[in-house]
Design a binder for this molecule. Structure first.
Ligand SMILES: Cc1cc2nc3c(=O)[nH]c(=O)nc-3n(C[C@H](O)[C@H](O)[C@H](O)COP(=O)(O)OP(=O)(O)OC[C@H]3O[C@@H](n4cnc5c(N)ncnc54)[C@H](O)[C@@H]3O)c2cc1C
Length: 449
């Protein structure tokens, strides 16, 4: 991999891998993707599909520093992607916080981070994609060619095809990020401040709500020099620092991965925030990939599901990311802390980068600022299965928001298709996967087929 003047991974390598995958696709009557890592939080029923191994599509092919873009294979993790671009003083315009999220997964699964107030969701940072269709053919799509697929791919979760190569917008970085945490104790002023921060010249904006009376807006700015540099990759914990520090400095690398070490704060579930456990685990295991493996193991063997009820504890996991228009955010927060009560909550503003484009399967109003609320935790319950998740789904609709589909969904088929644009989906499905070799979005995301 090198600057655009020298391509270090010859195009031929990519073409050979593509031909192999294409042949496998042609040979299978129903297929599913296999990759090294996953951040999917809905377990799927194994339907005996042919496994299409795309694990080796994991390289950054080119970085064009002058024009600010990179060409990268679809299963490349953001950790590897960032490592390559930082060598050139650049980063992808939006870098989702978990190191193992891949560019293809984030493109189809609505990736987000603290630059999203300016650059939009990950799919807005894409310039072009090469997609493997269920026929085994590949198509290049961008705003001119196969534009319907290019704009329809976000939130399709691989149900039209798999992105094998993507051209992605990069932005320049400096050595450090200066961050400031400002505290607010009521949601009206909090969201006003969040809106103001997004209209200012910060490079990064996000926030954390520790409760209805303790909410922080965190702003970040690239700087060349720093009076000190903090490190939250081992014993110190980033989210805890927000409550005690007003100002902080991190290297760009550590800023981008500030949430990964403790999986935001979810490492607490595994007691991994206790110094003794951190030392026992060691720096190498303090990351989202490690916790994710434990969670998946737990889900697979239904350990917590069977163990806690023995002690009279009944829980429903609510793992969701929802996008609510800024104007409705205070009402959503009021509902959320009253009825769901998971704490803390991650807050990330989203704006549209190009107000002239529309993404039919994940339509956000281009003139509005949205707020992503991320909450991942158990709620004590004596209600029927899915009660709290369904409540969140209905409130998201009431407040004219959107919900990501990476974890459990409970929508009826009718409600789902009202929200996720059935007419547009059907047209694309008919055109790009007419045989239905890949799953349909409702079957995949709600029925977990
Ligand atoms: C606890 C938790 C927190 C999260 N927090 C964030 C966050 O803060 N920021 C953020 O951006 N996202 C977050 N996510 C969501 C994440 O970005 C999405 O789930 C994303 O799709 C994961 O990408 P992945 O590469 O891990 O894909 P996977 O989990 O492997 O796959 C996700 C889906 O995308 C499909 N897919 C994967 N690769 C491709 C491809 N190349 N082409 C077509 N389809 C493909 C798969 O078939 C699958 O349906 C979070 C998820 C969890 C579970």
């Amino acid at each position: 991999m090198a600057n655009d003047n020298g391509v270090q991974h010859p195009a031929a390598d990519y073409e050979i891998k593509k031909a192999r995958l294409s042949a496998q696709m042609k040979a299978g009557s129903s297929v599913r993707l296999s990759k090294e890592t996953s951040n999917l939080f809905r377990s799927r029923v194994n339907g005996g599909e042919k496994i299409l191994s795309a694990r080796d599509f994991n390289r950054v092919l080119r970085v064009n520093k002058d024009e600010g873009w990179a060409e990268v294979e679809g299963m490349t993790t953001y950790e590897d992607f960032v490592n390559q671009t930082l060598k050139f003083g650049l980063m992808p315009a939006v870098v989702p916080q978990l190191k193992t999220i891949t560019i293809g997964g984030a493109a189809t699964g609505v990736g987000i981070e603290s630059t999203s107030f300016r650059y939009g969701l990950v799919h807005e940072t894409l310039i072009e994609m090469e997609i493997l269709l269920s026929s085994g053919d590949t198509v290049v799509c961008n705003k001119y060619e196969h534009a319907d697929l290019f704009y329809g791919f976000p939130n399709s979760y691989g149900t039209f095809g798999y992105a094998l190569k993507l051209k992605v917008k990069l932005i320049p970085v400096k050595l450090y990020v200066k961050i400031e945490h400002a505290r607010y104790d009521n949601s009206e002023t909090y969201f006003q401040a969040l809106g103001t921060a997004c209209r200012s010249n910060f490079d990064f904006v996000d926030g954390v709500m520790f409760g209805p009376g303790e909410m922080y807006v965190t702003t970040g700015k690239f700087v060349d020099q720093s009076p000190f540099v903090s490190d939250y990759t081992y014993l110190d914990i980033y989210y805890k620092s927000i409550r005690v520090k007003k100002e902080d400095y991190l290297s760009v690398h550590n800023y981008l991965w500030r949430w990964d070490t403790d999986w935001f704060w979810c490492s607490n579930v595994f007691k991994a925030q206790k110094p003794v456990i951190r030392r026992l685990l060691g720096k190498k295991r303090l990351n989202s990939a490690f916790y994710g493996k434990i969670m998946k193991w737990d889900k697979k063997y239904r350990f917590s599901e069977r163990f806690f009820p023995l002690f009279g504890i009944h829980e429903e996991w609510v793992i969701q990311d929802v996008d609510i228009p800024l104007d409705n955010a205070p009402k959503f927060v009021e509902f959320f802390f009253r009825e769901i009560g998971i704490k803390p909550v991650w807050v990330c503003p989203i704006g549209s980068f190009d107000k002239s484009v529309r993404f039919p399967l994940y339509p956000l109003s281009p003139d509005k600022l949205y707020v992503n609320f991320g909450f991942w935790g158990p709620v004590r319950t004596d209600k029927e299965k899915g009660f709290y998740n369904k409540l969140v789904e209905s409130k998201v609709s009431e407040f004219v928001g959107r919900k990501g589909l990476y974890s459990d969904s409970f929508y009826t088929e009718e409600d789902f298709w009202k929200i996720y644009n059935k007419p547009a989906y059907d047209l694309l499905k008919q055109k790009y996967d007419p045989q239905g070799k890949l799953k349909n979005l409702y079957d995949k995301c709600v029925r977990k087929l």
